[in-house]
Design a protein around this ligand. Structure first.
Ligand code: AKG
Length: 305
């Protein structure tokens, strides 16, 4: 397949980029353009095998289909980011958001706590470790292109935002009343970059040009969201995409998000090379302080100019 639609992107369609195109400079330019204009794109022929994706989705689905009692073996504890929990939110229009979620770190080994990884299915760990290896190579390639797109060394972005990888599996039960129930309410991701797989049930929407746009389901495509920390280090050149999810009336929707994020103590702010005569658009912040403010909805106006 050739690179398609990345030179002339219709405004209502999330860019689709074919990584198998031998012209890798064209691919790199398409990734940079999509990150500047959309903050989201879909990758096809990305090198992660269909078989591995099917196995990842199979072990994830089998975990969520266990009884509540069995899933509680990996329950999230109060002060932990990791573990299994059901999440409820209420948005400004009083719609209830609900999703079952499993979080656990997948890389580096020093950040991995296997007590949060399901023991059932038995091949859960092996499959997730192999997926982590492959998705990490893909994310590093994307970060190289994004660094070069800023005129920087290719390792520059990875050195700041590539410190940890956190897996978040979302399980959205169907609901016949989509007018009152949604999945995740509108948000941008706190991390640097998110690489997302979904099952065949559509439901992801992204905000662009004042409207919500459905992200079409492309089998085995990896959806890439640029997130807050890449927005900040690029001094606003790359967008952090606002997105939300809906639930299906009849079928369970699932997604697997790998969040590529700085280590807690990393100071994140615009690269000095990108600052010209104007003051930087964002102040530098320790990543854990950024998380603290964002999860509590504390304002950033005193920090971002
Ligand atoms: O389920 C999806 O498609 C998106 C998930 C998401 O936005 C998230 O995990 O932050």
């Amino acid at each position: 397949m050739v690179v398609e639609r990345d030179q002339d992107i219709p405004s209502s369609r999330v860019p689709i980029i074919d990584l198998s195109n031998p012209d890798q400079e064209l691919v790199a330019r398409a990734v940079v353009k999509a990150s500047e204009e959309w903050g989201v794109f879909q990758l096809i022929n990305h090198g992660i095998t269909t078989e591995l994706i099917q196995r990842l989705q199979d072990v994830g689905r089998r975990f969520f289909e266990l009884s509540e009692a069995e899933k509680k073996d990996v329950a999230k504890l109060d002060d932990s980011r990791e573990g299994y929990a059901r999440r409820y939110t209420l948005d400004l229009e009083k719609r209830i958001g609900t999703v079952d979620q499993l979080f656990h770190n997948v890389w580096p080994p020093s950040a991995v706590n296997y007590s949060y990884w399901p023991k059932n299915p038995q091949d859960y760990r092996e499959v997730n470790e192999e997926y982590t290896r492959q998705v990490k190579m893909l994310s590093e390639k994307i970060m190289e292109w994004l660094s070069e797109g800023l005129g920087l060394r290719r390792e520059a972005i990875n050195e700041v935002v590539g410190g940890e990888y956190l897996l978040n599996v979302n399980y959205y039960l169907p609901c016949p009343h989509p007018d009152v129930i949604e999945g995740l309410d509108a948000h941008t991701d706190i991390s640097g970059l998110t690489l997302l797989l979904t099952n065949e049930i559509p439901g992801l929407q992204v905000f662009k040009d004042d409207q919500w746009i459905d992200v079409e389901y492309i089998p085995f495509a990896v959806i890439v969201n640029i997130s807050d920390q890449i927005l900040r280090i690029s001094n606003g050149k790359y967008k952090s995409v606002l997105h939300k999810t809906t639930v299906d009336k009849e079928k369970t929707r699932m997604s697997w998000a790998v969040l590529v994020r700085p280590t807690n103590d990393m100071v994140v702010g615009p690269f000095t090379e990108l600052i010209g005569d104007d003051p930087p658009k964002f102040k530098s912040m320790v990543y854990k302080d950024y998380i603290y403010r964002k999860v509590r909805n504390l304002p950033f106006v005193d920090l971002d100019s």
